[in-house]
Design a protein around this ligand. Structure first.
Ligand SMILES: [Zn+2]
Length: 398
């Protein structure tokens, strides 16, 4: 099927250009002559970017589907301009078996809304030192994580790295020493980040650091990146938007102004690879009970645009690199660029539009957003996956 996207401003990680984009069978292709079968898609002069890719998402499925499930999560992702998410394994049951993994992948595919990647647990059911589930791994697996918790046991981490190396797996790590975090959560993140930077450097294993939030952690990452370690990292929109807000319950917590400044500085200097949402749905009651986390897929672009691009810290191209190009590379998918051979996953944005983010417009089952009733800039208008319309602000989620 041939399509020509026209009347648009294309923005990827490198260029901004007014041009037509030619798509054949779901992929960007070189210019062709239109025939009667070619569909022309008018983009109304909007910004067109490669759709966003989230390295860190919780859809709560299976086990906690009263908060979110694969379908509502996928619709929420589309509303935020995402066509790929990387789901964390802290569901019920925890994703520590082929059966649970394959069930999620299959149901995600059947929905045909977005691409769903699933992370596998490092230790079996997040137990201290059980790695027995890593003997027989599901096909297509890329990442291991015990997200929500750190791997406290050094020897288990060491052994898991050895297994990961043999099987070409990577890690995406929640860094928090359990015992220390009860007393000092800053040291708890810094210390485990240092350990795993060292592991990555010494054992040459790819480690991606999830939701980095402290000055100490990001400086450790910079140090080991400069040494040549195979390290990448992500920062969440909320850790660069807020500081000194103990009332906002999230894990890792909203940090101090010095931490936020360090994160922004490292984003500017190019040491941060991705913006990842840590989309974490909870009910009202759970939030009142102090459950950590906030939904974030729907607001990630607007709030990151406001805190990074509007402030002049980075360019719009840089933001697309953080939200699309780099996470695509990490997930080894042919997305994240407006270039021949790449998948035609496009997000159309009305960049100047200021809109109020209201509870009744939220597509997630949970409404625990940090940005309720706030005025945000840069609205997602349409989302295409492989050239097919999947979300339309003014119409319907398909
Ligand atoms: Zn986490």
């Amino acid at each position: 099927m041939k399509k020509i996207f026209t009347n648009l401003v294309a923005v990827d990680d490198i260029k901004i250009s007014r041009r037509n984009i030619f798509v054949e069978d779901g992929f960007i292709t070189k210019e062709f002559e239109k025939d009667e079968e070619t569909e022309i898609i008018d983009c109304n002069g909007l910004i067109l970017v490669p759709s966003f890719v989230d390295m860190h998402t919780h859809f709560r499925d299976p086990g906690f589907t009263y908060k979110e499930d694969l379908k509502t999560g996928s619709m929420t992702a589309l509303k935020g301009g995402y066509t790929t998410v990387n789901l964390m394994p802290n569901t019920n049951p925890i994703v520590s078996s082929k059966e649970v993994y394959q069930d999620i992948i299959k149901r995600g595919k059947d929905l045909d809304l977005i691409d769903i990647k699933q992370v596998y647990s490092i230790t079996k059911d997040f137990k201290t030192d059980d790695l027995s589930h890593l003997k027989d791994l599901p096909e297509g697996l890329l990442f291991l994580s015990n997200d929500g918790k750190g791997v406290d046991d050094d020897f288990s981490m060491y052994q898991a790295i050895k297994i990961a190396k043999e099987n070409n797996l990577k890690f995406t790590l929640h860094e928090e020493c359990k015992e220390i975090s009860k007393h000092d959560y800053e040291i708890a993140e810094d210390l485990m980040t240092l350990r795993d930077c060292y592991f990555s450097y010494k054992m040459d294993v790819p480690i991606h650091f999830s939701h980095v939030s402290t000055k100490g952690a990001i400086e450790a990452i910079r140090y080991f990146k400069d040494l040549g370690a195979n390290i990448t990292c992500e920062v969440t929109p909320h850790h660069i938007y807020f500081s000194d807000r103990d009332d906002l319950k999230v894990n890792p917590p909203i940090r101090k102004e010095k931490d936020k400044k360090a994160l922004l500085d490292m984003i500017k200097k190019g040491y941060v690879d991705c913006i990842a949402t840590d989309h974490a749905p909870h009910t009202k009651e759970e939030k009142e009970d102090g459950k950590p986390g906030f939904i974030g897929l729907e607001t990630a672009f607007s709030t990151s645009y406001m805190s990074l691009v509007k402030t002049g810290i980075i360019s719009l191209n840089d933001l697309i690199r953080l939200m699309s190009t780099n996470p695509s590379k990490l997930l080894e998918i042919k997305k994240g660029k407006i270039k021949e051979g790449y998948e035609a996953d496009f997000t159309l944005i009305d960049l100047d539009k200021i809109y109020e983010y209201k509870e009744e417009n939220i597509l997630s089952k949970s409404k625990n957003s940090l940005f309720l009733n706030q005025k945000l800039q840069g609205e997602i208008v349409r989302v295409y996956k492989k050239g097919i319309l999947k979300y339309d602000l003014n119409g319907k989620t398909l």
